[in-house]
Every structure is written in structure tokens, then in C-alpha cells.
Design a protein around this ligand. Structure first.
Ligand code: TMP
Ligand code: MG
Length: 286
């Protein structure tokens, strides 16, 4: 059916169920399909050349427009809060207020830096941002088949849009909901527009008023892509879901988190920097 599912990086707890979902997605047809995806560490790479790839926040945090003091403070926040974000031994209820703290503090620091809107394209060009291998086929297949791609990100919208634009795949079927920067009339960052999206509120509560999923009410077949336990609720606002296939990238702390991921995602991709499996499934169902 999908040869890519034989890759060594693929783990599936219920193979029969997964086969059934993929079959159903194919039978229901392309007109019913939509894809909902996280951005950082899902569409973008986790590692490259033995180092960590940057998130959309990291791209800003480490760029030349941030003062040395600002860089240090942002890095300290990352080192304090990231282990909490991915800790399998804390509940989402425990994590949620801490994530709000992290995002709030980070955005306050960024606002102090007088970042110019006109610097963003260059910041992204000079960064080590990288989309996963196979991104072009992924975006192209969805675009050619008029399949809506919803990117739901707790990262920085302006940065991730620029990454996609520079990769020449920001097609008309792509919609992004994320944390967007607000600028003064002379183009200086003054605030982040609400509602604040962090790792663990990626659900309908932050989509009120967008009407996005309501417009796509006939798209009842869903492929969901994520890398965090927080990404599992991204499709909660879809009015009627007939079939959903959840694919999770398990990038970090693989051994400790494997059980949870296997229980929550239909397909788990361990330390896989490519979109091969997703592309293989799309090739089969489109
Ligand atoms: P997402 O992948 O769910 O959209 O989440 C964005 C990621 O951004 C999340 O893994 C934490 C990370 N992040 C940073 O790297 N630096 C920051 O300052 C903040 C607030 C988040
Ligand atoms: Mg992510």
C-alpha cells in the first residue's frame, strides 16, 4: 500500500487500524481531505549536521538584531522552560501556566529589541532554518490537488511565513494561524497580537472567530501532523471528522516518550528528518 511505512523510523501500535484509516481516506477521495500541521520541528527539521535546527522563535532570538543581553535572557528561558515543555512526567494542566509564562516573557524580551519589520526577510535568509527533506513534494502535492493545508503554530507567524515564502511553497491553499507580530506605523515591533498560542492551547479556543474549519465543513478526512503532545488537539475545531490519521514526529527524548507517543499518535516517526512517510501516504490517497 505505502512502501514508506516499512522505513526503520516508523512505529505503529495498531497497524490494522492504520491500514483501515488510510484506506478510508483514499476511498473518501481528495475533495474531502484537509491537512492540519504544526510548523516547528514538524514541517521544519529538528536536527541538521549533528546540531539542533532553530525554531521560529530561535531564529529571531539568535539573530543579529538582538542585543547580547537579550540573547542571553532568551536562552536562559529556553533552558529553563523547554525541559518542562517535553517532560513526560508532568500533566498538561501543570504545564499550561508555565508555557504561558515562557511565551509571555519571551515576547516581552523581543518587544524590547526594537525589531524592524523590514529586517525579517534578511534574518530568515541568514538563519539555519530548514524544512524537512521532501517538503517540496509535500507542498506541491497538496497544492496540485487543492487540498487545504492549515499550519497551526505556537511559533512566530511572521518568521515561519517567511521561511515558507523563501522556500517558494507558500501557495494559495496554505493558511497559517500563529503568533503574529504587531508593528508601529514606522515598522518597529511593539507587541504580539493575541490570542497567545503556546504548545498546549492549540485547540478551538484560540481559533474563535476565524471561521476556518467552518468553511471547510465538507472536508471530513483529516491528516494531522505534529511533534508535541500539544499538537494532538489541533483538529478539535473541525465540525465533523469522519476519518483522522495522526502522524507524530518523535524528535527528542525518544526512549522516555515512546510509550505516550505510540498511545496517542497513529503513526510515530522516530528521529526521522524527512516527510517521506507523509508523502508516501499522500501519493497513495491522492
Ligand atoms: P509548536 O511547534 O508547537 O508550534 O511550538 C513552538 C515551539 O517553539 C515550542 O517547541 C517551543 C519553542 N519556543 C522556542 O524555541 N523559543 C521560545 O522563546 C518560545 C516561547 C518557544
Ligand atoms: Mg512543534
Amino acid at each position: 500500500m505505502v512502501p514508506e511505512l516499512e522505513k526503520a523510523t516508523v512505529r505503529i501500535r495498531q497497524p490494522e487500524r492504520v491500514r483501515g484509516i488510510i484506506q478510508a481516506l483514499r476511498e473518501r477521495g481528495v475533495a474531502r481531505l484537509q491537512v492540519i500541521s504544526d510548523f516547528d520541528m514538524t514541517l521544519s527539521r529538528f536536527g541538521c549536521n549533528g546540531r539542533r535546527c532553530p525554531t521560529s522563535h530561535n531564529i529571531l532570538d539568535t539573530s543579529r538584531v538582538i542585543s547580547e543581553d537579550g540573547k542571553k535572557k532568551l536562552k536562559d528561558l529556553l533552558h529553563y522552560y523547554y525541559p518542562i515543555e517535553i517532560d513526560p512526567n508532568r500533566t498538561l494542566e501543570e504545564k499550561r501556566p508555565l508555557m504561558v509564562e515562557w511565551w509571555t516573557k519571551a515576547h516581552e524580551l523581543l518587544v524590547q529589541q526594537k525589531i524592524h519589520k523590514s529586517d525579517i526577510a534578511q534574518i530568515v535568509r541568514e538563519s539555519e532554518a530548514m524544512l524537512r527533506d521532501g517538503f517540496k513534494e509535500f507542498f506541491d502535492q497538496l497544492h496540485k490537488n487543492n487540498v487545504p493545508l492549515f499550519i497551526f503554530s505556537a511559533g512566530v507567524g511572521d518568521i515561519l511565513e517567511e521561511i515558507i515564502r523563501q522556500a517558494n511553497v507558500f501557495y494559495s491553499n496554505v493558511n497559517v494561524v500563529s503568533n503574529y507580530m504587531g508593528f508601529s506605523d514606522d515598522g518597529v515591533l511593539t507587541h504580539f497580537k493575541g490570542p497567545l498560542i503556546h504548545t498546549y492551547n492549540k485547540n478551538n479556543t484560540v481559533l474563535q472567530g476565524t471561521g476556518y474549519f467552518q468553511q471547510l465543513s465538507t472536508r471530513t478526512s483529516i491528516i494531522l501532523l505534529g511533534d508535541s503532545m500539544g499538537d494532538l488537539t489541533m483538529a478539535d475545531g473541525v465540525p465533523s471528522v469522519e476519518n483522522i490519521l495522526k502522524i507524530g514526529f518523535l524528535n527528542d527524548k525518544v526512549e522516555e516518550r515512546r510509550r505516550k507517543y505510540l498511545d496517542s499518535y497513529d503513526i510515530v516517526l522516530e528521529s526521522d528528518e524527512t516527510l517521506d512517510v507523509v508523502n508516501g501516504i499522500l501519493r497513495y490517497i491522492l
